[in-house]
Design a binder for this molecule. Structure first.
Ligand code: ZN
Length: 185
């Protein structure tokens, strides 16, 4: 049996089927996303390169339906989680970055509009047929931070406390971040 994530059908067909697709993929199954991660990791020495970054699990579901009772407005509800390998832009060390995408999409043709559906994000259909994998991939790509960084200062080498008074611990990472952002401009 084929993987419905890779099937191409029109939005109306997906919606009419009411199909729920369980996502159980790997990062390597998403070419565009893998290319972005690959380019990011290229900054590392070969010895530091995470060897199995392509096999990280991508899990979640996509559920198709209609937003309206007349069944004219196809929707896709998406929830997907994964953890990718990334390079911290502050300390240049590899780290594991969790990504999570959740969206209620209204699948509209170009130039098509729908009033009163503000709870949905509009997904413009550039082709007649759509492949659920492409939606999952684009949503994940959009959650990739422009500049990936360790969130917790304890893990980040650039923010490792030198010898500070305890009451400075809260302010220093943000001050360092601000400084870094100012330099990047
Ligand atoms: Zn870091």
């Amino acid at each position: 049996m084929g993987n419905p994530l890779r099937e191409r059908r029109t939005a109306a067909e997906w919606a009419a089927s009411g199909q729920v697709i369980e996502i159980a993929e790997k990062i390597g199954d998403f070419e565009q996303l893998a290319a972005i991660i690959d380019a990011d990791l290229a900054a590392l020495d070969a010895a530091r390169m995470p060897v199995d970054w392509r096999t990280s699990a991508v899990e979640g579901r996509v559920e198709f339906g209609f937003a309206d009772a007349q069944r004219l407005l196809p929707t896709a509800a998406l929830g997907v989680v994964t953890t990718v390998d990334a390079v911290c832009q502050r300390c240049l060390e590899p780290f594991r970055l969790p990504l999570e995408a959740e969206a209620d999409l209204l699948l509209l043709e170009l130039e098509q509009t729908a009033e009163g559906y503000d709870d949905y994000e509009v997904w413009e259909l550039e082709e007649t047929q759509l492949r659920p994998l492409d939606i999952v991939e684009e949503m994940l790509v959009m959650t990739m931070p422009f500049s990936a960084m360790h969130v917790d200062s304890a893990s980040c080498n650039a923010l490792a406390p030198v010898t500070q008074a305890p009451d400075q611990d809260m302010t220093t990472p943000f001050a360092a971040l601000r400084e870094q952002m100012a330099q990047d401009k």
